[in-house]
Design a protein around this ligand. Structure first.
Ligand code: HDE
Length: 725
C-alpha cells in the first residue's frame, strides 16, 4: 500500500476525524433508540395527533367549529408555518457531505505556520457543500451553471472556509458589481423566468453590454465600468458547465489569499482541488434530459458513491507567489478574472480530502451550513484582491439574515475547538455563559487575548500607501488574453461543445440587440468562434478578427489533462440491458468482474422485478426501460441469448441503445446482443463485419472493436469500459 493510502487508512481510524462527528452527536436524536412516544415541543405526551379539538355530539358527529383552544394542534401548525428559512440569494440549490483532510508532509512549512496545512499527523474534519448558482432550492442538478465548492475545515485553531467554485475565475473584479451580475443572471424580475439557466436576455445583456471592449484595447483612463466576464463566460459555456458528477469536478478558491509565518515573507496563494477520478462532463443533450428524468442526479450520485464505500477524493494543491514577485506577470495576480497559468506558477500537491459520510438530516446539516471567506486561521490571510475584500464582508452579513446572529452556534457551523469571548445575546442564543463578566478588560482576566507567539491570529504587517480613489489598475482592464488562452487550450470537440452552448444560450435571447452584441464580443476572443456562433444564432458575422488571437495555450485548462493515469471505472454506473431469455452466466460474470473494479451495475429489463434467463432462472431487474433511461448510466452491456429478439422488437429498448450511442457511451455486446446492435439498433456510422463470427463487440466513441472477450478475466480486460472523457 502506498504511503498516501496508508495515511488515509490511518485517518479513518484517527480520533480527530471523529471530532466533528462526536461534537454533533450532542444534538443528535436517534429515533430507533431510547424512548418512543409522541410529545409536544414542550414535552407533554400527546394522546391524539390526528384530530383537531372540535365540538361534536354524543355520537361523535361534528356539530361545531374547530376550537382555537387546541394548544397541541396550534403548536404543530405554527411550527410548520415557520419551517422555511430564506434560501441563499445565490447557490440556493446544494448538497453536502462530511469527511476529512490530511497533508502528505510538512512541505508548506516554508510558507505558513497554519498547522492544518503543515502537520501530517493531523486529520482535520471537513464539511463540503456543492451547489449550483442560478436556480432556486428546488431547481434541477444538471443545469448549465457554475458549481459552488465550499469547504469548511474544523481545525484545532478554529474554522477555516475555502468558499470556492469549480471554475478558477470569476465574472467580475469588484464586489460592488456582484448584485448586478446576480440580478442579471437570476430569473427576470417581471416574470421570474428562467429557472436554472442563464439563457436569457438579461444575462447576455449584462455580460455583453460593456462599451470598453469596443474601444482600442488599451483604455487610457481609469474605468468604472466592468468588462470582465468574457473569460468566465468561456468556462461556463464549456463542458465545465455540465459536470458528470460533483465528484468529478475540480475546485478552486478563485481569490488570492496569503500564507505567512511569524516574521516570514508573505506569499500569495491560490487553492486548487483535483479529483481522483478526473474531470468529466455530461453531454448537453444528456444534461437537458436528466433535468427532467432525475433532477436530483448529482446529489444522488454523491450519496450513492459514499454508500458504496467509493469515497470521493481530491488532492489539495497550492500555487504560491512570493510577495517580491507580485508584479512580474502581465496580469494582476489579485484580479479574480484571471488565473495563474500552471506553466508560470506550478501546482504543489500538499494534501488529500476524502468525503466519507452523508449528512443525517439535510436541513440542520446542509441548509443551515454557512460559510465565510473571512474565516481563516493563523498562518492564512487575505490579499488586496478587491473581490475577496468585498466577499469578506458579504458572507457574515448574509448568514445573519438567513440564520440569525447566533448562526455560528448551530451544530454544523460550530468549531471543534473552544469558542471563548464576550459576544452575547441575540436571537436564538444557545449557550449559557455563567458569571458576571461580559467585557474585556475585566478584573478576573477572563478570556484574555492571546499573543501571536502563543497562537493568537496575527494580521501580516503590510505597508500601505496611496490615494483613496474608485479606480482599477491598468492590468485589471485587459479582459481577452486569458479568454483566448482558455479557448485555445480546448480539444477540438471541447471547442465544438462551447460553440454549441453559446449558440443554445443566445438562441434563447429574443432581443436582437443582445445576441448581436455578444457575437461581436466573441470576435475579440476568436474569429472562428464568433463566426460559427453568429451564423447559427443570426448574429453579426464578422469578416475579420476584432483582435488577433495570440495563439498561446495552457494544457491544464482542458479537462483531458486530468484523466487519471490509470483509467478507472470506479463508481461508474453500468446498465445491463436484458429481456426474458438472456444468458445468465454472462450477466453474473460481467457483474462480478465490474463489481471487482468497483463499478456499479444495474439490470434494466422490460419490468422491475423478476426477468427470466434462457434456462428459466430468474434475476431481479433493478429498473424497467422507461423507469431509468440510458442517460443515467455511463455504459451499457447486452448479453447474448434469445432475449435479443425481444429487445429488437421493443422500440424503447432500441431507443435506449441509440441514445446511449448518441451520447458516446461505451456499449458492449455478446452473441445475439451484437445482432441487436447491428440489425435493430442500427447504430449510425458503425460498420460491423458481415460474418459477425466474433462473439463480442465493444462500441466506444463510435469505434467498434470486435473479438473474443473472456468473461473470466478482470473487468477491464473483459469489456474495455473505461471512464469517458
Ligand atoms: Fe459567493 N456568496 N459571493 N462567491 N458564494 C454566497 O453567501 C458573494 C463569489 C460562493 O454552500 C452568499 O451563504 C459576493 C466567488 C459559494 O453555502 C453571499 C461575491 C465565489 C457560495 C455571497 C461573491 C463564490 C456562495 C449567498 C463577490 C467563488 C455558497 C449565501 C464579491 C470563489 C456557499 C451565502 C454555501 C454564497 C456573496 C463571489 C462562491 C451572498 C458579494 C468569486 C460556493 O454571501
Amino acid at each position: 500500500m502506498s504511503t498516501v493510502a496508508e495515511a488515509i487508512k490511518s485517518a479513518f481510524a484517527g480520533p480527530a476525524r471523529t471530532a466533528k462527528a462526536n461534537d454533533m452527536q450532542r444534538d443528535m436524536l436517534d429515533p430507533s433508540k431510547g424512548e418512543n412516544y409522541h410529545t409536544t415541543s414542550h414535552g407533554v405526551k400527546v394522546a391524539n395527533d390526528d384530530s383537531w379539538l372540535k365540538v361534536s355530539d354524543a355520537s361523535g358527529k361534528n356539530v361545531g367549529p374547530h376550537l382555537l383552544e387546541d394548544q397541541i394542534a396550534r403548536e404543530k401548525i405554527t411550527s410548520f408555518d415557520h419551517e422555511r428559512i430564506p434560501e441563499r440569494v445565490v447557490h440556493a440549490r446544494g448538497t453536502g457531505a462530511f469527511g476529512h483532510f490530511k497533508v502528505y508532509d510538512d512541505r508548506a512549512k516554508k510558507y505558513t505556520s497554519a498547522e492544518v496545512l503543515t502537520d501530517p499527523r493531523r486529520t482535520t474534519p471537513v464539511f463540503v457543500r456543492f451547489s449550483t448558482v442560478q436556480g432556486s432550492r428546488g431547481s434541477a442538478d444538471t443545469v448549465r451553471d457554475v458549481r459552488g465548492f465550499a469547504v469548511k475545515f474544523y481545525t484545532e485553531e478554529g474554522n477555516w472556509d475555502i468558499v470556492g467554485n469549480d471554475i478558477p475565475v470569476f465574472f467580475i473584479q469588484e464586489a460592488i458589481k456582484f448584485p448586478d451580475i446576480v440580478h442579471a443572471v437570476k430569473p427576470e424580475p417581471n416574470n421570474e423566468v428562467p429557472q436554472g439557466q442563464s439563457a436569457h436576455n438579461n444575462f447576455w445583456d449584462f455580460v455583453g453590454l460593456q462599451p470598453e471592449c469596443m474601444r482600442p484595447f488599451f483604455v487610457p483612463f481609469p474605468s468604472l465600468i466592468d468588462y470582465l466576464a468574457a473569460h468566465m463566460v468561456m468556462w461556463v459555456m464549456s463542458d465545465r458547465g455540465v459536470p458528470r458528477s460533483l465528484r468529478m469536478m475540480q475546485g478552486f478558491g478563485v481569490n488570492t489569499y496569503t500564507l505567512h509565518k511569524l516574521h516570514g515573507e508573505l506569499h500569495f496563494v491560490k487553492f486548487h482541488w483535483i479529483p481522483e477520478l478526473g474531470v468529466h462532463s455530461l453531454m448537453w443533450d444528456e444534461a437537458l434530459k436528466i433535468n427532467g428524468q432525475d433532477p436530483d442526479f448529482h446529489r444522488k450520485d454523491l450519496y450513492e458513491a459514499i454508500a458504496n464505500g467509493i469515497f470521493p477524493k481530491w488532492k489539495l494543491c497550492i500555487q504560491v507567489i512570493p510577495q517580491s514577485r507580485e508584479h512580474e506577470f502581465d496580469f494582476d495576480i489579485l484580479d479574480a478574472t484571471k488565473l495563474w497559468p500552471e506553466e508560470l506558477v506550478p501546482l504543489e500537491e500538499i494534501g488529500e480530502m476524502v468525503l466519507d459520510r452523508a449528512p443525517e438530516e439535510f436541513f440542520s446539516q446542509v441548509e443551515q451550513a454557512a460559510f465565510c471567506t473571512s474565516h481563516v486561521v493563523p498562518g492564512i490571510g487575505f490579499s488586496d484582491d478587491p473581490l475577496l475584500q468585498g466577499r469578506n464582508f458579504s458572507y457574515q452579513d448574509t448568514q445573519i439574515s438567513r440564520l440569525g446572529v447566533n448562526w455560528q452556534e448551530l451544530p454544523v457551523n460550530r468549531p471543534i475547538c473552544p469558542v471563548l469571548n464576550h459576544q452575547r445575546d441575540g436571537k436564538m442564543r444557545h449557550r449559557i455563559t455563567q458569571g458576571s463578566i461580559n467585557y474585556w478588560p475585566n478584573r478576573k482576566e477572563q478570556f484574555p487575548p492571546v499573543p501571536p507567539s502563543e497562537g493568537g491570529y496575527e494580521t501580516y504587517p503590510q505597508k500601505v500607501e496611496g490615494m483613496k480613489q474608485r479606480i482599477r489598475g491598468a492590468k485589471f482592464q485587459e479582459h481577452f488574453n486569458q479568454a483566448q488562452l482558455f479557448y485555445n487550450s480546448l480539444a477540438p470537440y471541447e471547442k465544438q461543445h462551447l460553440v454549441n452552448a453559446i449558440s443554445f444560450e443566445l438562441d434563447h435571447c429574443d432581443d436582437r440587440g443582445v445576441y448581436e452584441q455578444y457575437t461581436k464580443i466573441l470576435n475579440f476572443i476568436d474569429f472562428n468562434l464568433a463566426k460559427q456562433v453568429a451564423l447559427s444564432v443570426g448574429g453579426v458575422v464578422p469578416d475579420r478578427p476584432a483582435k488577433p488571437n495570440h495563439g498561446d495555450s495552457s494544457r491544464s485548462l482542458s479537462q483531458l489533462y486530468y484523466a487519471p493515469k490509470t483509467p478507472t471505472i470506479k463508481s461508474r454506473r453500468i446498465a445491463i440491458l436484458v429481456a426474458d431469455g438472456f444468458n445468465l452466466a454472462e450477466v453474473l460474470a460481467i457483474r462480478a468482474a465490474l463489481s471487482a473494479a468497483q463499478a456499479l451495475t444495474f439490470v434494466i429489463g422490460p419490468r422491475r422485478g423478476e426477468v427470466f434467463s434462457a434456462e428459466g432462472r430468474s434475476l431481479a431487474a433493478d429498473h424497467h426501460y422507461e423507469g431509468q433511461r440510458s442517460t443515467l448510466f455511463d455504459a451499457v452491456f447486452i448479453p447474448s441469448g434469445e432475449h435479443a429478439y425481444a429487445l429488437a422488437n421493443n422500440g424503447r429498448a432500441i431507443h435506449w441503445i441509440r441514445e446511449a450511442f448518441g451520447h458516446c457511451k461505451t456499449i458492449g455486446a455478446i452473441g445475439e446482443g451484437v445482432y441487436f446492435l447491428r440489425d435493430a439498433a442500427r447504430l449510425p456510422g458503425i460498420k460491423f463485419q458481415d460474418d459477425l463470427d466474433n462473439d463480442a463487440v465493444v462500441v466506444s466513441y463510435g469505434v467498434v472493436t470486435a473479438g473474443t472477450y473472456s468473461l473470466k478475466s478482470t473487468a477491464r480486460d473483459t469489456l474495455k469500459i473505461t471512464s469517458g472523457e
